[in-house]
Design a protein around this ligand. Structure first.
Ligand code: GFB
Length: 311
C-alpha cells in the first residue's frame, strides 16, 4: 500500500507541541500541503467547532499529535484532565473526519497503553492482557480508546485509519517545566541549573532503577510519515528506538552532555512508575524502517534547543 502524499492536504493536529512540530518539519520535505490550527482558532474539546473546521478545511489526511500530555507527576495528579481531554479530542476528530470523508488518519498513542507487567520487549499483542500502571492509567485508557476508535471506523465504515504507539520521546519543543515534564527534559534543566549555580547535587525522583526507552521526536516523525504512506491494517504499530537505559544512566548521560558532574540524590517519596517499558518494534523494522540516532547525540541536539529557546 502506498498513500502518495503529493498534493495532499494533511492536518497536523497539535502542531505547536513537540511531536506535532516534528511532524510538520518532516512533512515539509514532502510535496504536500500542511494544515494547522492553533488552540485559539480551534478548541479540540468542542465537538461542533471541530466538525465545522473539518467541513471547511477538508483534509485528505490527519496526523493526530494533539492531546494532554505530561510526566509521571502531572499524570498522577490530574486524572480528569488526562482522561477527559484526550477522550474528547480523539472522539471529536474521528467523528468529524468520518463525516468529512478523510481518507487517512494516523492516531498516536503511547507505550503506557500496555500492562504494567507486560513481557519485555513489549509486543503489540500485549494490549489489554493485564492491569495498567496506576500513575498513568487515565491517559492510557484514553489512548486505548483511540486505538479502538481507529479500528471501529475501519470495521464499520471501511476507513483506512491507523495507530502508532511511540515510546518515551524528547527533543526540540519539549516541556521543561519541572512539575509537568517528563524525566529527560526535567534532568536537562536540573543539570543546566546545577551547573549555573555550582550546586553539588541534583535531585532525581524515585529510585533511579526504572528502565525507559527514549527516542528523539524527529526520528519518530520520520517513522510516522513512513507509516502514513505505507501502512494499512487495524493493528497499532510500536515505534521505539531500542535504546534503553535506567534513570540513573540517563542522568549520567545528561551530566556528560551538559558538562557538569554532581551527586545524584534520590527522592523516594516520588513514584517510580512502570519498572520497565521497552517496546518491541520488530514489526516496524520488518516493514523497512530503522532509527539510527544515539541517545547521547539526540540529547546533545535537545540541549542545544534548550539553550536557544529556554534560557
Ligand atoms: O518521564 P516520566 O515523568 O514518566 O518519569 P513515565 C520516568 C521516570 O523518571 C520515573 C523518574 O521513574 C520518574 O520517577 N524521574 C526521576 C523523574 N527524576 C525525575 C524528574 O525530575 N522528573 C520526572 N518527570 N521524572 C509517563 C506517563 O510515564 O510517560 C505518561 O506518565 C506517558 O502517561 C509518558 O506514557 C510517555 O515514563 O513514568
Amino acid at each position: 500500500m502506498t498513500f502518495d502524499l503529493t498534493g495532499k492536504r494533511i492536518w497536523v493536529a497539535g502542531h505547536r507541541g513537540m511531536v506535532g512540530g516534528a511532524v510538520v518539519r518532516r512533512l515539509a520535505q514532502e510535496d504536500c500541503e500542511i494544515l494547522t490550527a492553533t488552540r485559539a482558532e480551534l478548541d479540540l474539546v468542542e465537538q461542533s467547532a471541530v466538525r465545522a473546521w473539518m467541513q471547511e478545511m477538508r483534509p485528505d489526511a490527519i496526523v493526530m499529535a494533539a492531546g494532554k500530555v505530561g510526566g509521571i507527576k502531572a499524570n498522577n495528579e490530574n486524572p480528569v484532565d488526562f482522561l477527559y481531554q484526550n477522550m474528547m479530542i480523539v472522539s471529536n476528530i474521528a467523528q468529524a473526519a468520518h463525516e468529512a470523508d478523510v481518507e487517512r488518519f494516523l492516531f498516536l498513542g503511547s507505550s503506557c497503553i500496555y500492562p504494567k507487567m507486560a513481557p519485555q520487549p513489549i509486543p503489540e499483542n500485549s494490549l489489554l492482557t493485564g492491569p495498567l500502571e496506576p500513575t498513568n492509567e487515565w491517559y492510557a485508557i484514553a489512548k486505548i480508546a483511540g486505538i479502538k476508535l481507529m479500528q471501529a471506523y475501519r470495521q464499520q465504515y471501511g476507513r483506512d485509519w491507523i495507530s502508532a504507539m511511540p515510546t518515551n520521546l524528547y527533543g526540540p519543543g519539549d516541556n521543561y517545566d519541572l512539575n509537568s515534564s517528563h524525566v529527560l527534559p526535567a534532568l536537562l534543566r536540573k543539570f543546566h541549573e546545577a551547573k549555573a549555580a555550582g550546586a553539588s547535587s541534583v535531585e532525581l525522583w524515585g529510585s533511579g532503577t526504572p528502565l525507559r526507552e527514549f527516542m528523539h521526536c524527529d526520528d519518530l516523525a520520520d517513522a510516522l510519515v513512513f507509516l502514513l504512506k505505507d501502512y494499512s491494517a487495524p493493528e497499532h504499530v510500536n515505534v521505539g528506538s531500542g535504546v534503553e537505559v535506567t534513570i540513573r544512566e540517563l542522568a549520567e548521560t545528561i551530566a556528560r552532555v551538559v558538562g557538569y558532574e554532581a551527586n545524584l540524590v534520590f527522592d523516594a517519596t516520588k513514584p517510580d512508575g512502570t519498572p520497565r517499558k521497552l517496546m518491541d518494534s520488530a514489526r516496524l523494522q520488518a516493514m523497512g524502517w530503522n532509527n539510527s540516532r544515539s541517545l547521547e547525540d539526540g540529547i546533545a541536539h535537545a540541549y542545544q534547543d534548550f539553550l536557544t529557546n529556554q534560557v
